[in-house]
Design a protein around this ligand. Structure first.
Ligand code: PHE
Length: 339
């Protein structure tokens, strides 16, 4: 009588190693076992037949299992969340040595670095906001015509894509109130994207960036503000600059000013003596008492100044870029200039 257990182990190990496990069911050893039943004395056939049958069931199950395993391993699972086809050819990425950082990213780092060295904290502004931060907390009365000047994009739920970084003023003041007791001042610059629904041309883009400064102390003055801004611009453009201010109106500052610099000769300005071209770089002024009050800061105790200006404009002057729309265009020819 054949040893069914031995045959079973042999067939199972053959199945485990086979790429075509069903073939094993045709193995001569199996046929031999079946064939040998009839040659046994009748009293042994029952027992032996049962064993052969158990063997057959075990071997068939092993074949089924192995086939399922082979099928699973030959099909890559589809990852529907992957940004490319995982079953396709391996991804070929753009060579890293042809990539570069966007000029905005680089210049924003430079700006943040200059203000950090001057002692300001630097934060990022928000890209979705509400009426309170866009207007109310900034002393725009309801239905004030100045609200229209900001050409804001709104969602159906009345959220606002911020049209300036001044939306951060109230947050900066509230979040840093304890600094007034601890250090005697609040000094934060918020940098981020702004959006305006306006007609596009070489100097107007629907998406742009601003840098907003907020400074509060017991005796902040306009002179300090002008000194701070002059220092910033002179470091940014690496040269001495002539500055000038003229009155302007923003509901959240009083007085409000436009800060202008004379276009330096090195950056395409007039080289001979005499009045050159004055460029408006930003809006600024002493923070309105209502803005301080709204953030829980007593305007009879503290004073502050704030400014907000466009970053693209700053960069355009530095590098002689003629059209603001290049920044968001994704044009490689433009980006390579800064690689
Ligand atoms: N938020 C103003 C603008 O975008 C600029 C500004 C900021 C003016 C802070 C005064 C003080 O036009």
């Amino acid at each position: 009588m054949q040893d069914t257990e031995k045959v079973k182990q042999m067939l199972l190990s053959r199945i485990a190693e086979s790429e075509t496990p069903r073939e094993v069911l045709k193995a001569p050893e199996l046929k031999q076992l079946y064939g040998s039943i009839k040659d046994l004395p009748p009293e042994q056939r029952g027992d032996f037949g049962k064993k052969v049958n158990e063997l057959k069931v075990a071997v068939e199950k092993a074949v089924d299992d192995k086939e399922a395993e082979l099928e699973n391993s030959s099909v890559e699972p589809i990852d529907t969340t992957a940004p490319w086809d995982v079953n396709g050819k391996p991804l070929e990425l753009l060579p890293a040595d042809n990539g570069s950082r966007h000029p905005l990213t680089k210049e924003i780092e430079t700006i943040a670095d200059i203000f950090t060295r001057m002692g300001f904290g630097v934060i990022e502004s928000r890209q979705i906001d509400d009426d309170y931060h866009m207007f109310e907390s900034l002393n725009f009365p309801d239905n004030h015509p100045a609200r229209d000047g900001y050409d804001t994009f709104r969602t159906e739920e009345n959220f606002i894509a911020p049209a300036h970084t001044s939306t951060m003023q109230n947050r900066i003041l509230k979040a840093n109130k304890s600094n007034l007791d601890e250090n005697g001042y609040i000094g934060v610059v918020a940098i981020g994207r702004c959006f305006r629904n306006e007609d596009l041309d070489a100097t107007h883009e629907h998406t742009f960036h601003q840098f907003e400064g907020v400074f509060v102390s017991k005796k902040a003055t306009l002179a300090e503000m002008l000194g701070t801004l002059r220092s910033f611009f002179e470091v940014y453009y690496s040269q001495k600059l002539k500055i000038k201010t003229q009155p302007s109106y923003f509901p959240f500052v009083e007085p409000g000013l436009e800060f202008t610099i004379e276009k330096p000769a090195a950056l395409g300005g007039k080289s001979s003596s005499g009045e050159g071209e004055w460029l408006e770089m930003l809006g600024c002024g002493m923070i309105h008492p209502n803005v301080l009050k709204d953030a829980g800061i007593d305007p009879t105790q503290y004073r502050g100044f704030a400014w907000g200006g466009g970053i693209e404009r700053l960069i355009m002057l530095k590098y002689g870029i003629e059209d603001i729309r290049h920044f968001e265009s994704g044009k490689l020819a433009f980006l390579r200039e800064f690689a």
